[in-house]
Design a protein around this ligand. Structure first.
Ligand code: ZN
Length: 510
């Protein structure tokens, strides 16, 4: 055994624990009876503490030192060197975060999430306020523990999107706003309801489920190594590339709910299923900072894959031109008066709305900017928790021209702040930007791609994505992947061009 082999064996065991944690989380969100919540919470806490104690142990330090000495002369670009660097980075940061701070965050976070759920249901922001103040204070402590050069937000976003900063986001948001706001204004000026409302009919849930399975299989999700189940909040989670679970949710009237959630989560699943087998149980298929077995380069990079398959492919005219027949075969009465064109329009209707998770492709990123700007200002002390409803509503008016009628549909709508997840919102927008950038690069490098997609042949694109991105797991940072694929780091231009081309055509704005 070499020192690197010893290190790998130690990490593999830690990785197994992270996969077991994922198994418990999958069960909790899909199968577990409600009464199981508190004992499951304790199981998760015990196992998480055990996993962390293994990761920050002296043994990890000893094995890491020895493996680093051995690999020092090896190619710095190799998977081995990258696995060691990432483990070292996560180890140093984990060591700086006091265990008692993690425990306080977990304890207050659990209580805060429960209070938030009640406060949202009863439209009672004052009730949630002291908990949000508590979680904000703990996030500031966490940022100080992790450390940063310019802004506490930089330390928090490091947990989700290494390399991203508040300053860079500021610039990205300015570019997006300059492109999206005028486009949205033009759309709003001409928007009118479609001739037929497809969502008044009822769509049998078993038939919806069958379609979700068919469509996800068509884009390449491998059911020999995966499952599709239902969950109130759809998600994807994996226990290595050989067991990847996706979920969706069903609405008897609103058919797009299940179809696009399934395509979205299958997009996450395709990333995990196509990671190189030799990376299984290694540092390159786990986020050691977040203690989470996940194979993508970052949260934003994972979201790139889900949004590419859900939006760029799944909401395209080519996709429904090819597959609308399947839908109509499943729902001949409900869709009797519809055709591919009408369905395409119905699933791409742009309307400013109050709720982020219901937003369309054009307005979605505005919801993210609003949240991120508020987080940054809270961390700076530029705004106070007491003022949040007013600040929220003013920004909604500025970006979307709407004022929430109550806090339930305003500042209380998302769970993220209640458990302390500051810094995670921008990863959704980063995913959207990356998806456009990567697909633009694929179109350039694959002259036959448009014809393949029109024919419903997704294998060539999946192979290209696997070769260029998926197979590397977490070996490269998101920015490195983008540079390898497109020659550029994160760039908003392809997303803005995609939105303009698509919606100028769809709304006949010329
Ligand atoms: Zn996602």
């Amino acid at each position: 055994m070499t020192a690197y082999d010893d290190f790998t064996a130690h990490i593999a065991k830690y990785h197994d624990l992270l996969c077991i944690l994922n198994t418990l989380k999958w069960d909790m969100r899909t199968m577990m009876p409600a009464a199981g919540a508190s004992s499951r919470g304790r199981q998760l806490a015990s196992l998480t503490t055990l996993a962390k104690s293994i990761f920050v142990s002296d043994e990890t330090a000893r094995l890491l030192d020895a493996a680093e000495n051995e690999v020092a002369s090896a190619d710095s670009d190799s998977y081995r060197a990258r696995a060691l660097r990432q483990t070292r980075d996560a180890y140093e940061i984990q060591k700086r975060i006091p265990a008692e701070l993690v425990a306080r965050m977990a304890a207050l976070g659990a209580e805060s999430e429960a209070v938030w759920a009640k406060a949202r249901a009863e439209n009672d922001f004052p009730r949630f306020k002291p908990y949000l103040k508590g979680m904000l204070a703990l996030n500031i402590e966490l940022a100080e523990a992790i450390g940063y050069d310019d802004h506490p937000f930089d330390a928090l976003i490091l947990q989700f999107e290494p390399g991203m900063t508040a300053a860079r986001l500021h610039q990205i948001f300015a570019e997006l706003k300059a492109g999206i706001s005028p486009l949205l204004a033009r759309i709003v000026a001409v928007d009118e309801p479609l001739a037929i409302d497809l969502w008044e009919a009822e769509y049998d849930l078993a038939a919806q489920k069958k379609l979700c399975r068919e469509l996800t299989e068509l884009i390449g999700f491998d059911y020999d190594r995966g499952r599709l189940d239902s969950a109130p909040h759809p998600f994807e989670i994996s226990f290595t590339r050989d067991d990847v679970r996706i979920t969706t949710r069903y609405d008897a009237n609103y058919l797009p709910m299940s179809l696009f959630a399934a395509l979205h989560e299958a997009g996450h699943g395709l990333y995990e299923q196509n990671i190189a087998p030799e990376l299984t149980r290694t540092a390159l298929t786990a986020d050691f900072l977040g203690q989470y077995a996940v194979g993508g380069a970052s949260f934003g990079a994972h979201e790139f894959s889900s949004r590419l398959w859900e939006n760029q492919i799944g909401r395209s005219p080519a996709f429904w031109g090819r597959h609308f027949g399947r839908l109509r075969a499943a729902f001949p009465q409900q869709l009797a008066a519809a055709d591919a064109e009408l369905f395409y329009r119905a699933v791409n209707r742009v309307r400013p709305s109050l709720i982020r998770v219901e937003a369309d492709e054009v307005t979605y990123n505005l919801h993210i900017m609003l949240r991120t700007e508020i987080e940054i200002a809270l961390l700076e002390g530029a705004i106070a928790v007491d003022d949040l409803p007013e600040v929220w509503n003013a920004k909604m008016q500025e970006y979307l021209g709407l004022t929430p009628p109550d806090d339930r549909r305003g500042v209380l709508q998302d769970v993220h702040w209640s458990f302390g997840g500051f810094g995670s919102f921008p990863t959704y927008t980063i995913g959207n930007i990356m998806a456009a950038q990567v697909l633009a690069a694929a179109r350039e490098q694959m002259p036959d791609l448009a014809a393949q997609l029109a024919a419903g042949d997704y294998q060539p694109l999946l192979t290209w994505l696997t070769e260029n991105i998926y197979r590397h797991g977490r070996a490269y940072r998101a920015d490195e992947l983008l540079k390898r694929v497109s020659g550029e780091s994160l760039n908003t231009a392809p997303l803005l061009a995609y939105l303009e081309n698509k919606y100028i055509d769809l709304y006949a704005l010329n």
